[in-house]
Design a protein around this ligand. Structure first.
Ligand code: ATP
Ligand code: MG
Length: 420
């Protein structure tokens, strides 16, 4: 062990678990690639003001969870706590919205940083796969994104997740609701922090996880009963499209989520096997965000799915992904001459697309065969000087133990056949 440890709230991804992690990331992204979303990458840090404005000054993310720093040049930066503000900033900067082909559909995958109290499923460094559809107001687009997330979870074999759905209204109907809610909340017995929140962002009080607060919230006015006709019709269409696609959902009139910029469709995926860190993904429509960060009016919708918690959800359901073995073939040379020649065969096999490893370090036959078995390879190719002089190598099936000589010129072909 070294004298250093991974920083608090972080963990390392190590084989073989790291292979599952990578496969989950790929599975979450796969449906997006089939639906016209283009890959996007943005820096791991941004101007702190982007998040302050884009995520919201009164959110936990901005007030408590952001890693901020001042550079030697005096710039105020923050490690990115989420993806949407960065992706929209980058899309606007590249003028993607001016191509005349809206919506602009983008996906991303990467590391995010939040200074949180670490616990299982809640880390200070975590991974998300996300998607954003920028510049269109169409219930089919909201439905598309939700369906793609459901398909991603299903492709991993997950079953015990639920979709919670709500509408947060828009600039027509939310102000009146906000006022009604504020009026109600001001009459409750709340601590000072929460009373301040009532004044700044009353909707987020609905999201308070504390039992004592939740009890007082029974009877709170719900946005559902205050939606304007346009929002009601829009939400109804989203629900119909989901139902038609075989996607079940639960109406959750108190679902508001942690970010300030959401309008209309809001959703969260929760998994029932994860204890209190149950949200595996979430998202919604954010029609006002572009203007908040200095762009034109661009109604948009998106989601972010947590990779770490999706891996935990697989564990909770006892699902083991069927991953291809990292190594199919393991090469074992007998003697120095053979070592050089067989190393050439290894390179050739790899170039032919066969995952091959080699007994490095001059171990004896016994040690090398142990290496072959540990590697998980299906076959070993073994060769000594005599084999090579005869132009063959010995191909050993590591499951049956059966060994056959194969002409050097056709090793790749033979292995490809046998590996299917
Ligand atoms: P929570 O309510 O659990 O704090 P959140 O609403 O802050 O979640 P989002 O900002 O919507 O989460 O991020 C989308 C997803 O990213 C979450 O559903 C979750 O799976 C994952 N995620 C968020 N924060 C963390 C974290 N600190 N550690 C691991 N995963 C996280
Ligand atoms: Mg959070």
């Amino acid at each position: 062990m070294s004298t250093f440890k991974a920083p608090r709230g972080t963990y390392d991804l190590i084989p073989p678990v790291s292979a599952t992690f990578l496969a989950v990331r790929e599975a979450l992204a796969a449906p997006l690639k089939r639906a016209g979303y283009g890959y996007m990458e943005t820096p791991g840090f941004e101007n702190v003001e982007l998040f302050a404005r884009g995520v919201g000054e009164s959110t936990d993310i901005v007030t408590k969870e952001m890693y901020t720093l001042t550079t030697k040049g005096g710039d105020q930066l923050a490690l990115r706590p989420e993806g949407t503000a960065s992706v929209l900033r980058a899309a606007l900067e590249a003028n993607l919205h001016k191509g005349g082909n809206l919506p602009v559909k983008l996906w991303y995958s990467g590391s995010y940083y939040r200074y949180e109290r670490p616990q299982k499923g809640r880390y200070r460094h975590f991974s998300q796969v996300g998607a954003e559809a920028i510049g269109a107001e169409d219930p089919a687009l909201d439905a598309e994104l939700i369906i793609l997330a459901v398909d991603a979870y299903r492709s991993l074999g997950l079953r015990n997740f639920r979709l919670l759905l709500n509408s947060l209204g828009d600039k027509e109907c939310r102000p009146a609701y906000r006022a009604a809610l504020q009026e109600f909340l001001r009459g409750l017995d709340l601590d000072e922090d929460t009373r301040r929140r009532v004044e700044i962002n009353p909707l987020r009080v609905l999201d308070d996880k504390r039992e004592a607060v939740q009890q007082q919230l029974t009877g709170a006015p719900l946005l559902r009963d205050h939606l304007c006709e346009a929002c009601k019709a829009y939400h109804e269409q989203v629900r119909e499209l989901l139902t038609a696609a075989g996607v079940a959902y639960q109406d959750d009139p108190k679902l508001v989520r942690g970010l300030d910029y959401y309008t209309r469709t809001t959703f969260e995926f929760v998994h029932d096997g994860l204890g209190s860190q149950s949200a595996v993904g979430g998202g919604g429509r954010y029609d006002g965000l572009s203007e908040m960060i200095g762009g034109p009016e661009l109604p948009s919708v998106g989601w972010a799915l947590g990779v770490d918690r999706t891996v935990l959800a697989l564990e909770a359901e006892g699902i083991e992904l069927e991953l291809p073995a990292p190594t199919s073939v393991y090469a074992v040379p007998l003697g120095e001459e053979a070592r050089r020649a067989l190393f050439g065969v290894v390179t050739e096999l790899r170039r032919a697309g066969i995952a091959t490893d080699f007994a490095f370090g001059g171990r004896g036959l016994k040690g090398a065969m142990k290496g072959a078995n540990r590697s998980g390879a299906r076959f070993a190719v073994i060769a000594g000087e005599r084999d090579l002089a005869e132009g063959v190598i010995q191909l050993k099936d590591l499951e049956s133990g059966e060994q056959t000589p194969v002409p050097l010129a056709s090793v790749a072909e033979e292995l490809r056949d046998r590996l299917g």
